[in-house]
Design a protein around this ligand. Structure first.
Ligand code: NAP
Length: 335
């Protein structure tokens, strides 16, 4: 295992912000992870797991602990007849995994194409897009329970999945090692979202997981900033889910606001609130702005600091609350 010292977190996160991590342990296998955790325990410092760094806002003062860089990679197939278990190590690129499923003609995660990050990070926030989410096809997660040093298998129903939520988000003692998805050999396209409907109306055929994956990547490329040219962590906020009582009040004020049913309430597209109600598309404060094509996405320009980003995000939260009484939450995690 390679351990590096004083590594800028700005070099490990797509937001490209953050001071130095005291130690970064490159972990290629389970033994490396155990070793990195023991290393942290010996020094009585904390540890955290980092996948693609695409959903993280790192602090300007850095991290006084061990960053476990999850680099376990690999995909394996277990045939079950009509279904297939597709199993990937936690450090495998999520999009590479989606491509592999599509190449095998398997259905169930094709609408999740193009989401940055790793397979291990996918269940943490139950990533979802275009009417599909990880919780629908995930079979189990193998975790290293760092309290007992044992590897345990957690079945889907015990993952605590909700909209962009899971138990893993709230329990840093569980290190995700691998994730298994139960995918179908036969399936049908889920193209109910407006973006996909428009894409089909433009003459594209969306009949196979490969075609759908490519379509979703093309749509996302137009809507979301390119990580190679912009400092960003994608959607910075979650689309809020409110109660029907709260919605009744808002409907009076904004009758044309779109709504969708969610796990436990009514989902509001935050982009509508930011753009159409608050006029904040492209809104800029100093080095930070909301992306023009998708105002849910916060972009950190050259020289932006975490402090500046927190202040900017808080000001957006306040603006939304003042206008709608909705308390929006961040999707991006902070360290
Ligand atoms: P969008 O398609 O413009 O949708 C905006 C909001 O409206 C989302 O909350 C979406 O729900 C909801 N919505 C739209 N059409 C819907 C329908 N037919 N049925 C139910 N709900 C509907 O979203 P976008 O910002 O351009 O992003 C594209 C997709 O990528 C969305 O599904 C978004 O959630 C997803 N995304 C996910 C992540 C993540 O997992 N971290 C990050 C960025 C974007 P849903 O959120 O349930 O889709």
């Amino acid at each position: 295992m390679i351990i590096r010292e004083q590594v800028p977190l700005s070099s490990l996160t797509t937001m490209r912000v953050g001071g130095p991590a005291r130690f970064v342990a490159q972990c290629e296998n389970e033994a490396d992870i155990q070793e990195a955790i023991a290393f942290a325990h010996e020094r009585a410092i904390p540890f955290m797991v980092l996948g693609g760094g695409s959903n993280l806002l790192a602090s300007d003062s850095g991290y006084e602990g061990v960053v476990i860089q999850m680099r376990m990679e690999g995909i394996r197939i277990e045939d079950e007849g009509e279904t297939v278990l597709l199993i990937a190590d936690a450090g495998t690129s999520w999009d590479a995994f989606v491509r592999e499923a599509a190449a095998q003609g398997l259905w169930g995660i094709e609408n999740l194409a193009g989401i940055p990050g790793t397979v291990g990070a996918a269940p943490v926030q139950n990533i979802g897009a275009y009417g599909m989410e990880v919780a629908q096809t995930l079979a189990y997660v193998d975790v290293l329970d760092t309290k007992t040093s044992e590897v345990t298998r957690i079945a889907n129903e015990d993952c605590g999945f909700e909209y962009r939520e899971s138990r893993f988000k709230h329990d840093p003692t569980l290190v995700i090692l691998r994730v298994a998805f139960r995918l179908a050999r036969l399936g049908k396209p889920q193209t109910s979202y407006a973006d996909l409907e428009r894409y089909m109306a433009d003459g594209h055929e969306l009949a196979t997981p490969l075609e759908i994956g490519d379509a979703v990547r093309a749509i996302r490329a137009k809507k979301f900033p390119d990580l190679s040219t912009h400092g960003t962590a994608g959607s910075f906020f979650k689309n809020p889910v409110i109660s029907s009582a709260e919605y009744e009040v808002l409907k009076e004020q904004y009758p044309d606001m779109p709504t969708y049913t969610a796990y436990n309430g009514i989902k509001i597209p935050l982009a509508f609130v930011l753009d159409r109600i608050l006029g904040l598309r492209g809104h800029r404060e100093g080095n930070v702005h909301l992306f023009e094509n998708q105002p849910l996405v916060l972009v950190a320009g050259e020289g932006a600091t975490a402090k500046e980003i927190h202040a900017f995000a808080n000001s957006i939260v306040k603006k939304v609350f003042d206008a709608t009484r909705i308390k929006i939450e961040r999707e991006v995690r902070s360290v």
